[in-house]
Each structure stands twice: as structure tokens, then as C-alpha cells.
Design a protein around this ligand. Structure first.
Ligand SMILES: O=C(O)C(=O)C[C@]1(C(=O)O)C=C[C@@H](O)C=C1
Length: 123
């Protein structure tokens, strides 16, 4: 390693909270929020695709909700939020709400994938 290599400050710069820019008005705030939503929504759609995969792989509707996995994810994303300089409680609330929506979707996908009467494409 070079003797001039920077060390500690890099970690702080890479935190997500450090990427938030100072805004002069609400128009600017909302432009940034819209731009981030354009990144978030495709990722959420992609995540939703794995609910379809899970619905195909799981054997029963009772397996759709998995409390141990939910608590594992919550603990993990709380830790990630803290690492990024965010608010673990906010991220936990978002994730719990999001996972409830995905669980409802996974239940629907479970039924859809086993309903051969509609002629829809399965996955
Ligand atoms: O990991 C699973 O078993 C999933 O079906 C995915 C997922 C999630 O949203 O991440 C959804 C439902 C389960 O309760 C747990 C987690």
C-alpha cells in the first residue's frame, strides 16, 4: 500500500446520508426524491419478482409468511441503515410495511401459479 493512501475519511464519504445534497427550495427537494424513486421502483419490482419465485418454490400457503426470516431481514437492514448514517427505526418501519405487501402478493402468486384454468403464463 502507498504511504500516501487515504484511510479513515473515505468511509464517512461513502455513507448514503453523505450523498444528500443541500437544496434551496422544495422544487429541488422533489427533483431529488423523484430521481431516487426512479432508482427505487425498478429495484422493488425486481424484488417482487422473487416473491413469484418463492411462491413457486414453497410447498404450502402456510410457508409464505416466515416470521424468522422477517426478523432476520429487519435486524439486517437496521444494521445497514446505521452503517449508511440513516435511521434504523424508519428503515424498519418501511421494511415491515413493504414485506406485508410482498407477503400478500406472494399469496396471490401462490394461487395464480397453481391455477391452470386461466391460461396465464407461469414462472
Ligand atoms: O424469504 C422468503 O421466504 C420470502 O418469501 C421473501 C419475504 C421477503 O419479502 O423478503 C416475504 C415473505 C416471508 O415472510 C419472508 C420474506
Amino acid at each position: 500500500m502507498s504511504t500516501n493512501a487515504p484511510t479513515a475519511p473515505i468511509q464517512a464519504c461513502e455513507q448514503a446520508i453523505g450523498k444528500t445534497v443541500h437544496c434551496k427550495d422544495m422544487t429541488e427537494v422533489r427533483q431529488h426524491v423523484d430521481a431516487l424513486d426512479d432508482i427505487l421502483v425498478p429495484l422493488l419490482v425486481e424484488r417482487g419478482g422473487y416473491m413469484t419465485q418463492a411462491a413457486r418454490i414453497k410447498a404450502t400457503q402456510a410457508q409464505v409468511r416466515d416470521e424468522d426470516r422477517i426478523e432476520f431481514i429487519v435486524a439486517r437492514v437496521r444494521e445497514r441503515a446505521a452503517q449508511e448514517g440513516g435511521q434504523p427505526d424508519v428503515i424498519e418501519a418501511i421494511y415491515r410495511s413493504m414485506m406485508e405487501a410482498y407477503i400478500a402478493y406472494e399469496h396471490k402468486e401462490f394461487d395464480r401459479l397453481r391455477d391452470n384454468t386461466r391460461g396465464e403464463q407461469n414462472v
